[in-house]
Design a binder for this molecule. Structure first.
Ligand SMILES: NC(=O)c1ccc[n+]([C@@H]2O[C@H](COP(=O)([O-])OP(=O)(O)OC[C@H]3O[C@@H](n4cnc5c(N)ncnc54)[C@H](O)[C@@H]3O)[C@@H](O)[C@H]2O)c1
Length: 256
């Protein structure tokens, strides 16, 4: 098995991704701004700032050279671009820093990391998997920076796939609500709100970090080159739902 890089490895979904790839037998290189969480089963861990890899070419080259030394000529099977920031703000209030940080971490870093590591990925017939979001297509107030970055990440996935063709597969997953510790903490003391969130999804549940991680492993393991340029929804059907009055009525009836 070749190496897999998971960015945002210390986060709720990142930790599940690391565990799932490690359990599938891949040596994982975790990357995050935060320190390595205890007992995270990474083969290597690089603490770095993805935004700095966008803004400072010398810093970026140091990180990429550390990665190449770590790979040491071993195959590199997948780059999982999972790290992201979610800076919320009303249209009137979003400042330049919020926009730059959002686009640097969520969009430019995934591109620049894939670009820098393309020779290693190509040699291993590897793939890039971008963790996008349902906000790429459907969003809500105050999410304009995050939603724009994710729409662009899904668009970039398609554009890179058509250019790279048979050399490196590029795919994305667009998850809806996932049961990360942060999401659950947001509903602490509000069980009714959490039930309502589940009922918003036709599957009547939120997604699990482990389910999402298993999907990421499955896409990585699909060596069929035709599985390319795909945007896979992991959203409990919410992205397919028409919100007309009847749908809302049925949802309310269902939820008692
Ligand atoms: N949690 C959900 O419900 C949900 C839904 C849809 C999509 N997603 C996507 O899944 C991915 C993971 O989300 P999560 O819920 O685990 O979030 P999270 O905040 O728990 O994890 C994100 C990780 O990225 C890291 N990170 C942020 N900025 C960084 C930087 N500059 N350099 C290096 N690392 C940095 C953070 O330290 C954190 O560990 C994100 O791309 C997010 O947009 C999450």
């Amino acid at each position: 098995m070749g190496y897999v890089i998971v960015t945002g490895a210390a986060g709720g979904i990142g930790q599940a991704l690391v565990r799932a790839f490690a359990e599938a037998g891949y040596p994982v290189i975790g990357v995050d701004l935060a320190a390595k969480p205890e007992r995270l089963p990474t083969a290597h861990y690089i603490q770095c700032d993805l935004a700095r890899t966008v803004a400072e070419p010398t810093y970026a080259e140091e990180i990429f050279s550390t990665i190449r030394t770590t790979l040491d000529g071993q195959p590199f099977d997948a780059l999982i671009n999972n790290a992201a920031v979610q800076i919320l703000g009303k249209v009137e209030g979003l400042n330049r820093d919020a926009w730059h940080r959002t686009l640097d971490v969520n969009l430019l870093a995934p591109f620049l990391w894939a670009q820098a590591l393309l020779p290693e990925l190509e040699e291993a017939k590897g793939c890039v998997l971008n963790i996008s979001s349902i906000h790429a297509r459907l969003t809500k107030p105050e999410f304009v920076a995050y939603a724009t970055s994710k729409a662009a990440l899904s668009g970039m996935t398609r554009a890179m796939a058509i250019e790279l063709g048979s050399r490196v597969r590029v795919n994305a997953i667009e998850p809806a609500a996932i049961d990360t510790p942060m999401l659950l903490a947001g509903f602490n003391g509000n069980p009714a709100g959490y039930e309502l969130l589940k009922y918003c999804h036709p599957s009547r549940c939120v997604g699990s970090t482990d389910g999402l991680a298993r999907l990421a492993v499955a896409i990585t393991q699909l060596e069929d080159g035709f599985a390319n340029g795909s945007i896979v929804r992991f959203d409990g059907g919410i992205g397919a739902q028409l919100h007309d009055p009847r749908t809302l009525y049925v949802s309310c009836e269902d939820s008692g």
